[in-house]
Design a protein around this ligand. Structure first.
Ligand code: NDP
Length: 473
């Protein structure tokens, strides 16, 4: 009996996705560039072996899938996807579907789709989130492509996706690169979320002098409140872990230099290209880059020594403010991420369903939380220009912005960095400023470049009387 679907790439994500699909009752033909891996995977598959067909060549893979064939690529993003797709083409027809499920840059997805000829298979881009665990037991899946192709693979995707209240966390979000774009923004929000959590951790550690297990307790408690989320939950767990060799908290022996594979950076780049402010995401990307400057930071710490200790009058209350402040920062960061998606939707004519995106992020992915339920409702009820304008968030932000202000200002006075929380607060304050300060920027631009400006009191383009002014102090 032939397979229902094919899967190329049996690395961390691909092997778990294949097992997930097989477990749901589908037959899967699998292929990996290095054939040894294919056989190792097959031998380890236990009772799911019956539903797996290990293949050593792409031709064998294609021959073992029932036509019309859906084939998922779960391999290293970039050139490997171009190469494997090209290598598959001779064995496929225009009725087949090739689905790139890796972390592709959406521009690549759009390009790949455009290079497909009339006799080539349909190409789809699909973002998958949830890491190894998600791939195995239910990821959040963000799909881009045609409705027709989606309808054909939807039963399998519905079966393998994470469920929230019984609803599968998968949806067709738009054509061509829409799925990979949304995954990119998901990762950008993830960067911001993680960075703001790390900033709060820094205040608790360096400002209040709490130990890792004590901070774990704080996060564990917060996980029962409005901050309840996967990231807060794992933060508590991570902070509680003990290194068996030294008996120290694991976080205390980890080098403070963060890696990045580039998806957060892509989110910031796309936001900049669209002209949509996403300052918290940008700050989070920059914070990872700054974290990598370990040697320079050590030198600078000697050049600019200083005490970071805080002694708030009411410690318990300050910790409550940290909880509320983090919540406010999170609202601003998510508002930015969704605004970037709204901007891209307009730019590319994608008609991205923002409420649906929030809903399919409620389970399976790294930023999963109940908070996304509130976001989904906000978009469903009013389609606000920005989440900060949705009544549910006006109420929350009115309450939580004060604690955020206290957190950022207290940290600043103590010399504790809060790049993402600070960016979130400034974004909020700039956004709610009806009369901003760009009038001065316009005057400067007109002064040195005759760029012109508009007036508040008259229609038209104007220039200032700059040559007439002669300033003397
Ligand atoms: P792994 O490193 O575990 O596996 C990489 C896979 O890609 C292997 O099957 C490997 O084959 C194959 N591969 C690498 N280079 C080539 C090439 N030049 N030609 C053909 N095949 C190649 O990666 P992951 O499983 O973690 O990631 C796969 C994709 O999923 C990536 O795009 C990643 O960004 C994305 N992703 C990863 C997540 C994660 O948490 N890890 C989460 C969400 C998405 P071989 O065995 O022969 O080397």
């Amino acid at each position: 009996e032939k397979a229902d679907i094919g899967l190329v790439g049996l690395g961390v994500m691909g092997s778990n996705l294949a097992l997930n699909i097989a477990e749901k009752g589908y037959r899967v033909a699998v292929y990996n560039r290095t054939p040894d891996r294919t056989h190792e995977f097959y031998e380890d598959a236990g009772e799911l072996k019956d539903r797996l067909i290990p293949c050593d060549t792409l031709e064998e893979l294609a021959n073992n899938i029932r036509a019309p064939r859906p084939i998922i690529l779960m391999i290293k993003a970039g050139e490997p996807v171009d190469n494997e797709t090209k290598a598959l083409l001779p064995f496929l027809t225009h009725e087949d579907i090739v689905i790139d499920a890796g972390n592709a840059n959406f521009h690549d997805t759009v390009r790949r789709l455009a290079t497909m000829g009339p006799n080539d298979p349909t190409f789809m881009g699909m973002g998958v989130s949830g890491g190894e665990e998600g791939a195995r037991h239910g990821p959040s899946i963000m799909v881009g492509g045609t409705q027709e192709a989606y309808d054909r693979i939807a039963p399998i995707l519905n079966a393998i996706a994470a469920k929230y209240d019984g609803q599968p966390c998968v949806a067709l979000l738009g054509p061509d690169g829409a799925g990979h774009f949304v995954k990119t923004i998901h990762n950008g929000i993830e960067y911001a979320d993680m960075q703001m959590i790390a900033e709060i951790y820094g205040i608790l550690r360096d400002g209040l002098g709490l130990s890792a297990p004590a901070i774990a307790g704080v996060f564990a408690k917060w996980n029962d409140g409005p901050l309840n989320s996967y990231l807060i939950e794992i933060t508590a767990k991570v902070l509680n872990a003990v290194d068996p060799d030294t008996g120290k908290a694991v976080v205390d022996i980890i080098l403070d230099s963060a890696g990045q594979k580039g998806t957060g950076r892509w989110a910031a780049i796309e936001a900049q290209m669209l002209g949509v402010p996403d300052t918290a995401i940008e700050a989070a990307v920059a914070a990872r880059s700054l974290s990598a400057l370990k040697k320079q930071r050590e030198t600078a710490a000697k050049a600019y020594p200083g005490e970071a200790a805080l002694s708030p009058q009411d410690r318990a209350r300050f910790i409550d403010d940290l909880e509320q402040g983090l919540y406010a920062g999170k609202i601003a960061a998510y508002a930015q991420g969704f605004a970037v998606m709204a901007g891209a939707s307009r730019e590319h004519d994608w008609n991205l369903p923002l409420a649906t995106i929030a809903r399919i992020w409620r389970a399976g992915c790294i930023i999963r939380s109940q908070f996304l339920d509130v976001i989904a409702d906000a978009f469903e009820q009013g389609n606000p220009d920005n989440l900060l304008l949705a009544p549910a968030f006006v109420e929350r932000m009115t309450k939580a912005s004060k604690p955020l202000r206290n957190v950022v200002s207290t940290a600043a006075l103590a010399g504790l960095p809060t790049p993402a929380l600070g960016a979130a607060l400034s974004y909020f304050d700039s956004y709610r400023q009806a009369r901003g300060t760009a009038n001065l920027i316009q005057a400067q631009r007109d002064f040195f470049g005759a760029h012109g400006f508009q007036r508040l009191d008259r229609e038209g383009d104007f220039h200032g009387p700059w040559s007439d002014v002669d300033f003397q102090a």
